[in-house]
Design a binder for this molecule. Sequence first.
Ligand code: MLC
Ligand code: AMP
Length: 499
Amino acid sequence: MNLYALLYERFEGALDCPSLAPHGAADGTGDPAWTYRDLDVGSARLAGALRRSGVEPGDRVLVQVPKSAEAVALYLGVLRCGGVYVPLNTACTEREVAFFVSDASPRVVVRGPSGVGEPGSGDGPRAVGIDSLWREASSFDPDPVIEPRADDDLAAICYTSGTTGRSKGAMITHRNLTSNGLALHEIWGFEPGDVLLHALPIFHVHGLFVALHTAFLNASKVLFLPRFDAAAVRRLLPEATVLMGVPTFYSRLLAEPGFGSADCESIRLFVSGSAPLTEAVFGDFQARTGHRILERYGMTEAGMITSNPLCGDRVAGTVGFPLPDVEVRVAGENGVELPAGEVGTLEIRGPNLFRGYWGLPEKTAEEMRGDGFFVTGDLASLDAEGRVTLVGRGKDLIIAGGFNVYPKEVEDRLDEVAGVAESAVIGAPHADLGEGVVAVLVAEEAPVEDDTLRAALDAGLARYKHPRRFYWVGELPRNAMGKVQKNVLRERYRDAYDG
Ligand code: MLC
Ligand code: AMP
């Protein structure tokens, strides 16, 4: 079934009720809410515009646009015409976008409010801004057709950077999204009257799939902020019942003077994920508000995997139990399953698991076991009841404020800078973002100025990936095999941000 058809079935009885209610980030005041009918009609008009642009089922539509209700309608419009939605972080640079365009070979590229670049010529993609696409779509009748889709047909390709420094497109099917959305809607106890406060970006699985699908399956009103702003979120909390965020949302709310239980009276559920929630933030939040944040764990390749229970013990420092129909096991290097209590790599299988990396069958095969389990690269242990605790990452990955930064990608850019002989990029504890990016560099002759490094990085690397601390050393510590000992560097520079 086309995911859109399922969503429509679930909100059809609420077409005149509010869907997305846009709010300003700075003051939290809102524009008139869209109804579910507006969302349905808007997405039908955009589906028509995409079809007229030549989009056929299976064609990719690459999207890098600011957060807005129209952008959500565009996502739904792509689903309706059977296209494959390819969302990009708005912080991506031209160089990064050029790679995604060449890799995904989209039929249409929607960028920025008013479009970037010239309309494609010949066989190239059509390039258009979301404002002009919206205007163009609005001058035609809505196209009501919802393209039938098979379970394994692609709904989206979400890029995730890789440990090799090359981004990989995770192919996500209609079944993946449908099964995950329904499971979360069920286990998080969505009920009539729930209102979701949405302050996440909509180019990653958390804000796009987890938050929006659960809300739409529930025909809920969504208070839609363009970005996270602690004061605006606080102002809107009394109108909401559910908030989903990365741990930084919760630590920033706690930093608001006087924030406490009076702010949270209408809320029934605070969800955290995408990065580890510290026991300190979990504990402070409970002490100040009486709420135990529900932590869950997921990844681009599998949507949501485990969750702490809605009813029952939410244990700080653990990510709870596998979702219905999701299997997890902890395995050693060789893929042999380990007993409860032992730490190994978490492997998973289920209807949430992606179809593989776009155009990279070998890479996909490397991360799959013969019996269909996917190797997550996260280190974990299971307790006797099956509760999962994440204890670290086997993959070289930094998570800053919920955004993933792959060191190899940053090192590759640093190594291109004139005067840099080699570099090692690590994460260091960061009070606000969880981890901050640190670069340790070896000069060819003399250290390069920080400003020169920043300017060079600006050309090719989204700014959230930039190291904000640079250290120059005579040589990098290496083991007998010649591999850089990042654990030694992590220890040496652990106070880089919070010293
Ligand atoms: C912004 N900046 C960051 C950053 N966000 N730097 C490192 N890490 C981040 N996460 C930088 C900008 O480049 C800019 O620097 C400066 O900080 C201010 O930018 P801003 O836009 O004003 O930042 P702010 O509003 O403070 O954003 C912080 C944040 C945001 C935490 C609110 O990053 C955010 O919404 N994160 C959520 C990420 C998310 O949705 N993850 C889900 C992934 S899905 P300069 O120098 O340019 O001025 C996934 C699977 C799963 O992981 O399980 O969910
Ligand atoms: P992404 O590739 O952006 O989808 O990020 C997925 C990664 O985020 C996972 O492999 C984990 O390492 C991490 N992650 C997600 N949720 C949590 C969580 N609750 N606690 C710790 N790490 C998490």
